[in-house]
Design a protein around this ligand. Structure first.
Ligand code: GLC
Length: 821
């Protein structure tokens, strides 16, 4: 790209717009002026001033350079069909933290250019991008949508409806403790939107971590106006034939959520805080005593000594190594919280070392900034620098050496409790702070703020690479910027034990999911306040069908463990834990698609049925993986749930009742029943539940077949070592199942990992096929069944045979109802 390097960036500090920031949902009032076009050229051609040359009064795009007034440049190019980039800059565009994989520019012309009001307008189908405006502190542009009102989705973690139009959204990572429906921003900023206009799908990603305001068709019905508080714009425009392929394009340049180690998708139990170690042991014991599957106990800030990161409280946790080893023997891993704020204590080695090396963020006068977080006076590592990230990574040996398996990065907006909350922007550090960056040129926090967590998460990833190179690592973060999915999953922060927050969790998690972050979950049961038994049971059932499944609660609440609400809730929790664990093969496969294609694990219904108008605004149902439709009950005392079924036939998971979509139904949903449906045409792989993912696994792979109207069903199963990196060298198996008119075909699409299962248990949920005898035939292995050692493998082919196929004709009678009243 032809940007000019090494020209100083203007770091004007703007405190004016930080007034009353937590309540403000309007961009600061500024006098922008329209950016006029001074000249244009194709790359390698001479600049032509409009009007000067009769030949060249039209603009050409892509592959064009423009000269604008206010000394700005604009460049347009394409990086694939339906993937354009428009850049505007004065001096230079810093290296992106979000875009890691941009294909070389190509010559495609799905974007055309014209001039309106002496300013360029780029048109892509129904979208016109123009109205370029300048202010010394910000740039603005608009996306005008042809015809009807646009629908806007994505934008990461937001409260309110999944469809985002009609509001102003603030992209500014914030420690917002009150998740009220109108509250914005929260902890994560992802300036990527999926826009549907006239049934066409477009994506806009404005890659600039400075504060942005998106007016999503609020001020003008058909226009999205974006203010970026910086002197450059890096805009990606996508066009695709569906929201799914749009997201694929976005994640192809910003990265996908990697496959977590399998234990990470098991159940996590947390509270602020399990303290001391005997309490952690008691919690673990109770899980096993109550026969509750679980993989992780998370330990909150009290494990540290005076909240000093990378230390252990000697009284509460005198022997962390023994504790973690004992827990591990019971099948529990430990995830510890890590906060970026370092206690400003000259006797504390982490502080001393960081101070000596000048690793902490400073104010423009050169003094280290001291804020306040849990440890009291605290300093903030400057994660803009690779040396600081590496130092941070090395600190993790204090955790890993005792057997810590995963890291939970909190408070990384970065939170700061000092000062008057009204004048402290969203309880985070002031914008005067500076990040030094690897170039040595200081950048103010007006520009680095939204990247702070990205730097911390990168440091944490590096910690895993450094200390545990054979492990995939497991990182959960509260804050992040676009592209965060490469390094971490997200939990949605400090919600409350309110029914409203259970309901809000659905669009919140979906918004993150369709903004590229697949590993997402909410604090099950609610963080602040006390959950009722009913709320906990409903939330627990819902969370069992979210990608990241963790219960967590604050320090001043009653106990929020599955056994804390009486035997009924205990039984319900056990039931959903068992269900979650039995579906791990299915869920793990969904995570595989996420890594490969950026396919979210949790999806809004419009993803699969973009043509169905009814689905455009559904906030309370979603797909979990390919086959499950989930319609959680999110209101107290409701025993019925309205469900809208999209096109197709739908099986009630619990009793196999069949519904034909599109249709509206009322579904009976007693307290223990999560309304759960399987799409006709699915084959769901699952297995016997275990107490944890390290426990001995059964040899039977269960396949539940839900035929569609044509008696056809299909499904895929991915398996690998479930930890480590060998799968990236091809050591995995991808198995395809198809069921056609009573015959199951099994095919290895990739066969480089021997599945644990040796036998398939097939269950067809369609009364047309009920029989009571089995007849199993294999194309290739029938003869070998004489050998008892080989008998079982006939059911599931061994890998390394090229394209292995068996046929089974075996229909099992349907079970009676399976749900809990
Ligand atoms: C923050 C986190 C919460 C955690 C608490 C104490 O509020 O969001 O999850 O429990 O800090 O560390």
């Amino acid at each position: 790209m032809k940007t000019e390097k090494n020209i100083e960036i203007d770091y004007t500090l703007d405190l004016a717009h930080t007034e009353n920031p937590t309540r403000r949902i309007k961009p600061p009032q500024r006098e922008f002026h329209l950016l006029k076009l001074l000249g244009s050229r194709r790359y390698n051609e001479e600049m032509v001033v409009p009007g000067d040359s009769k030949k060249r009064c039209e603009l050409s795009a892509p592959d064009s350079l423009y000269k604008m007034d206010s000394h700005l440049h604009m460049a347009v190019d394409a990086h694939g069909d339906g993937l354009h980039r428009i850049r505007v800059w004065k001096n230079e565009i810093p290296e992106s933290w979000a875009v890691t994989d941009l294909p070389a520019s190509v010559a495609v012309d799905s974007l055309s250019a014209s001039i309106a009001d002496q300013s360029p307008v780029f048109t892509m189908g129904e979208l016109s991008i123009g109205e370029w405006r300048f202010h010394p502190e910000a740039l603005r542009f608009s996306i005008v949508c042809d015809g009807e009102l646009p629908r806007v989705y994505g934008l990461g973690e937001k409260m309110g409806r999944l469809e985002r139009s009609g509001r102003v959204w603030d992209m500014w990572n914030t420690d917002e403790p009150e998740h009220l429906p109108n509250r914005d921003p929260l902890y994560v900023s992802i300036p990527f939107a999926l826009i549907s206009v006239q049934k066409e799908w477009y994506g806009v990603f404005v890659d600039n971590p400075a504060r942005q305001y998106w007016d999503t068709a609020l001020s003008r019905n058909n226009t999205i106006t974006i203010d970026v508080e910086d002197q450059y714009l890096d805009i990606y425009l996508f066009k695709a034939d569906s929201p799914r392929s749009l997201l694929r394009k976005y994640t192809s340049i910003t990265g996908t959520s990697p496959l977590p180690p399998v234990w990470g998708i098991g159940y996590h139990q947390s509270r602020y805080s399990y303290f001391p170690d005997t309490e952690v042991r008691r919690i673990a014991r109770n899980f096993r005593r109550h026969k509750l599957p679980a993989d992780v106990i998370q330990i909150d800030i009290d494990y540290m000594s005076g909240y000093r990161v990378f230390t252990w409280n000697k009284i509460g946790f005198p022997d962390p190594g023994a504790l973690l080893a004992d827990l591990r023997a019971e099948g529990f891993r430990v995830v510890t919280i890590v906060d970026p704020g370092i206690k400003a204590d000259p006797t504390y080695s982490v502080y001393k070392e960081g101070a000596d090396k000048e690793y902490f963020c400073k104010l423009p006068d050169g003094s280290v900034y001291t804020g306040a977080v849990w440890p009291g006076e605290s300093v903030y590592p400057d994660f803009s620098r690779s040396a600081v990230r590496s130092w941070w990574a090395s600190m993790h040996s204090e955790l890993f050496k005792y057997g810590v398996s995963g890291i939970w990065n909190d408070m990384n907006e970065p939170a700061d409790f000092t000062g008057d909350p009204v004048y402290r922007p969203n309880y985070t550090v002031p914008n005067e702070l500076q990040a030094v960056t690897d170039t040595g040129t200081p950048v103010s926090f007006a520009r680095f703020h939204n990247l702070y967590s990205a730097g911390m998460n990168r440091g944490t990833r590096e910690a895993f690479h450094k200390h545990l190179p054979d492990r995939r690592g497991f990182v959960i973060t509260r804050s992040g910027y676009a592209g965060l999915q490469r390094d971490a999953g997200v939990w949605t922060g400090d919600n409350c034990s309110w029914w409203e927050h259970l309901a809000a969790a659905i669009p919140m998690l979906l918004g993150l999911s369709i903004s590229g972050v697949s590993l997402v979950g909410s604090d099950t049961g609610g963080f602040q306040e006390n959950a009722s038994a009913q709320l906990y049971a409903r939330w627990f059932a819902f969370s069992a069908f979210t990608p990241y499944f963790r219960s967590h609660t604050a320090d001043d609440t009653r106990a929020h463990e599955p056994w804390s609400f009486g035997s009924n809730v205990l039984e319900i929790s056990r039931h959903y834990l068992e269900l979650r664990y039995s579906l791990i093969p299915y869920l793990y496969t969904a995570f595989y698609w996420s890594e490969i294609y950026g396919e979210p694990v949790m999806k809004p219904l419009f993803f699969d049925w973009p043509q169905d108008e009814r689905l455009a605004e559904v906030n309370d149902e979603y797909m979990f993986g390919e086959g499950f439709l989930v319609a959680p009950v999110t209101s107290a005392d409701h025993l019925w749930r309205h469900v809208y079924f999209p096109e197709g036939n739908w099986y009630d998971f619990w009793d196999d009742s069949l519904f034909q979509g599109p249709s509206d139904r009322l579904i009976l949903a007693p307290i223990g029943k999560l309304p759960l449906f399987v799409k006709g045409g699915s084959i769901v792989p699952h297995e016997a539940p275990r107490m944890h993912t390290d426990a001995q696994r059964g040899s039977v792979l269960k396949l539940d077949v839900y035929p569609d109207e044509n008696a056809y069903a299909s499904g895929k199963l991915y398996c690998d070592a479930e930890e480590g990196w060998e799968y990236r060298n091809g050591e995995y198996s991808l198995i395809s199942f198809s069921f056609n008119g009573g015959t199951l075909s099994v095919e290895f699409l990739h066969a480089d990992y021997t599945p644990h299962w040796k036998k398939i248990d097939l269950r067809v949920h369609d009364s047309r096929y009920v029989e009571d005898t089995a007849d199993v035939v294999s194309d290739t292995e029938t003869e070998k069944t004489a050998d008892p050692q080989r008998l079982e493998s006939v059911f599931l082919p061994t890998p390394f045979a090229d394209r292995h196929r068996i046929k089974m004709r075996k229909i099992i009678p349907l079970r009676e109802g399976r749900w809990l009243l």
